[in-house]
Write a protein that binds this ligand. Structure first.
Ligand code: GLU
Length: 550
């Protein structure tokens, strides 16, 4: 067979030679050890925690080493292309502190290695498919869906591995004349790799390939033997072929991708070999898992778990620093230890490494994120929190923007109990914070809890009247509490809870019940930070009017 003639027959319009692309996309001029990574999302507009998890690895590897992190849009499958998806991807990741140096943007490409959108790279893929055909390493295959189904049925009956390979690859040995006749007859065809691999007869050892994965260590897998499709009937490449061509020409050094791609690694190894290129370093990340209600580990699912979507974190108003901090704890097993030793160090000082990554499922746990968020928010000054909450509210809760009118008031609220020796950790995410502090604003004050059962209705009124009568806004904390104690004892409540516990028959209740009455009148809640401090923030007028109007 004259493969050169075949290649010309199949790709008459491809004039460029592989050398032209090699010259156009030369090795990158980067310092020794600099890593080049990429994110290759499909533009469906849905960007999820798994993308963020992978992007974080890419970003750290590139930016820690003085390398490049770029965005490539993988739009060769039939998934829906959502208008504005590129912007969604870039903005969602930017919010979490992940920035691309190069690649696709809404306003066109940035960088010398484009085009960065796969659907625009047709000629490049075809050029390399042509090269493989020319070298007898790929061929056109005219099998119809029905014929493939028939082959598969036969394979099932014979109990042999399914697929198009060896003797089942019926188009491998077509003559040039047969191919020409098929093309002239308008028969559609794909281009398949002519694999050198062999399936292993049952009971025998498969020929193995070895790949050193940066996360998983040395992988040993049976070699590929399938004549996989590299160009579909439309001339569009499959993921396998696009991955190999793009990551070579874009000079990617590290391919970070999900574990779902592990089974096709042997195909990629063979493709790199047939094209005569060096493989990148593969980093196959673990699946994100969660514990379900029964305590079983399962994959996060788009349908069942709203927290899989990145929008969830923005809607809820998680601070990006908290999400970053949390992701690092599940990404690198030594991060928490590092954080303990370096409580105040900027997070980017932590040296991220792929060999400290888990290769079994990474467990995602919202409660743990919330705990970490409490610690992270504690370190963020109130003025910054104010700005963060305001920009969140502008986007997600404009109806509460009035709470930002008095900056000083809101900052004091946010700082409540945060500067003590044992600071309170009440603040978790914007949605929760707004709910938590809502009682400071008259229009959002709700009476949520009931008065304590120990205090009859007439006592409630008497307590509040006495409180108002003796209230002096300038009392210090101990003077203020002495007055509550006096009111309590005068009305038959124990001055100390332990007295009440010892002799419940002698009292109606204790001072705690009395102060709960005041708390509920002021805040509508039986639980809150320190009442005296809250009153200092509310101010005298608001304090008095709430007590008077309960
Ligand atoms: N487009 C592929 C995906 O969304 C990218 C995989 C890769 O990073 O190679 O899964």
């Amino acid at each position: 067979m004259d493969y050169k003639k075949l290649a010309e027959l199949l790709f008459p319009e491809i004039a460029a030679a592989p050398e032209d692309y090699e010259a156009k996309y030369p090795a990158r001029d980067l310092p020794e050890g600099a890593k080049v990574t990429r994110l290759g999302p499909s533009p469906t507009g849905f960007i999820h925690l798994g993308n963020l998890y992978g992007a974080f690895v890419d970003e750290r590897l590139a930016h820690q080493s003085g390398g490049i992190f770029y965005l490539r849009i993988e739009d060769t499958d039939d998934k829906r292309y959502v208008e504005g998806a590129v912007d969604i991807i870039i903005n969602s990741l930017r919010f979490f502190g992940i920035n691309f140096d190069e690649g696709a943007t809404m306003d066109g490409d940035i960088g010398q290695y484009g085009n960065y959108t796969q659907s625009q790279r047709g000629e490049i893929y075809q050029c390399y498919a042509k090269k493989l055909v020319e070298e007898g390493k790929a061929y056109p295959c005219f099998l119809t869906e029905d014929e493939i189904a028939e082959i598969r049925a036969g394979q099932e009956a014979d109990k042999v591995n399914p697929g198009i390979y060896c003797e089942y690859a019926r188009c491998r040995d077509l003559t040039l004349e047969e191919i020409e006749a098929n093309i002239n007859a308008g028969k559609p065809y794909v281009i398949r790799l002519k694999s050198d691999g062999k399936p292993v007869p049952a009971g025998e050892e498969a020929k193995k390939i070895q790949v050193e994965d940066a996360i998983r260590g040395m992988l040993e897998m049976p070699e590929n033997y399938q004549d996989v499709v590299i160009l579909k009937t439309t001339g569009i490449p499959t993921y396998h072929f696009a991955h190999v061509v793009d990551d070579h020409l874009m000079r990617t050094t590290h391919v970070v991708r999900g574990a779902e791609w592990l089974p096709s690694l042997p195909i990629h190894v063979e493709l790199f070999e047939k094209l005569g290129w060096e493989q990148p370093i593969y980093c196959h990340t673990a699946q994100l898992m969660k514990l379900d209600e029964e305590g079983n580990k399962r994959k996060l699912s788009k349908r069942k778990d709203p927290e899989l979507s990145l929008d969830y974190y923005r809607n809820q108003g998680y601070h990006p620093a908290a999400v970053r901090e949390y992701l690092l704890t599940i990404l690198n097993s030594n991060f928490e230890e590092w954080r303990m030793v370096n409580p105040d160090a900027p997070i980017d000082e932590f040296e991220f490494t792929t060999d400290k990554m888990s290769n079994s499922g990474a467990l995602f746990d919202l409660n743990k994120l919330n705990d970490i968020s409490k610690d992270v928010l504690l370190k963020i000054p109130a003025s910054e929190l104010y700005d963060f909450l305001k920009s969140w509210a502008e986007e997600f809760k404009p109806e509460i923007l009035h709470i930002f009118e008095d900056r000083d008031y809101l900052e004091r609220i946010l700082d409540l109990g945060r500067n003590d020796n044992k600071p309170r950790k009440d603040l978790v995410y914007a949605q929760q914070i707004i709910e938590f502090i809502s009682y400071f604003f008259d229009d959002m004050l709700k009476i949520e809890d009931e008065m304590p059962a120990e205090v009859p209705a007439e006592d409630v009124k008497a307590i509040l009247d006495a409180y108002l009568a003796t209230y002096d806004h300038s009392d210090d904390q101990s003077m203020w509490f002495d007055k509550i104690r006096t009111i309590a004892t005068e009305m038959g409540y124990a001055a100390k809870p332990k007295d009440f516990k010892r002799h419940p028959e002698e009292y109606k209740g204790h001072v705690g019940h009395v102060s709960t009455v005041i708390r509920i009148a002021l805040m509508g809640r039986a639980q809150s930070p320190d009442v005296w401090e809250i009153q200092q923030i509310l101010g005298e007028e608001r304090t008095r009017s709430r007590i008077a109007n309960y």
